[in-house]
Design a protein around this ligand. Structure first.
Ligand code: PNS
Length: 162
């Protein structure tokens, strides 16, 4: 099925993202998880930290790469010769957002198709913003993000406290 890019903010990567990455890696020859840099959006983790957390989480998946990009997704996809973009859909809200994104993305690169994977039901309510809110109040994030991320976040929180 060629090469696909799975874009997102991944601030931080969640188990819902990881489920999409795993399923996409079974569908495509190569999947690149791309941390999209958005200067207008305040992120807790730097692009480098987000990439490292993703890399640690996908260590067992041989056809998955991690990258970052500061610019338009479709410019990246075209530049890298991607055959498709992969997105996860959790709800009607995601659908509304993605429907509009698709309008713009198709204007930029009509030849690149976007493939939508339905979120596994366990992860329908899991979001990076929910995880960030729990983090802010030292809530329990285990089971919501990969174990490597739980450990990295605990370490970061300790550093902040010290
Ligand atoms: O994880 P997110 O924040 O929901 O991901 C959204 C993301 C990063 C995939 C989307 O905002 C994006 O593609 N940003 C790059 C800029 C772009 O190409 N925008 C589309 C045309 S308006």
């Amino acid at each position: 099925m060629g090469k696909a890019v799975y874009p997102g903010s991944f601030d931080p990567v969640t188990n819902g993202h990881l489920d999409i990455i795993r399923r996409a890696s079974a569908l495509f020859d190569e999947v690149t998880v791309c941390v999209m840099v958005n200067h207008a959006k305040h992120c807790i983790f730097s692009p480098e930290e987000r990439m490292a957390l993703i890399a640690a989480s996908v260590a067992g998946l041989d056809n998955v790469r991690v990258d970052s990009y500061d610019g338009l997704l479709m410019a990246y996809a075209r530049q890298k010769g991607m055959d498709a973009v992969v997105k996860g859909l959790r709800s009607g809200r995601d659908f509304e957002f993605e429907n509009t994104m698709d309008f713009y993305n198709k204007r930029i690169a009509p030849e690149i198709e976007t493939v939508y994977l339905m979120a596994e039901h366990t992860y329908v309510h899991v979001s990076s913003s929910g995880v960030r809110e729990l983090m802010a109040f030292q809530g329990d994030i285990s089971g919501l993000v990969p174990d490597q991320v739980v450990r990295a976040i605990a370490k970061k929180q300790q550093e902040v406290v010290l």
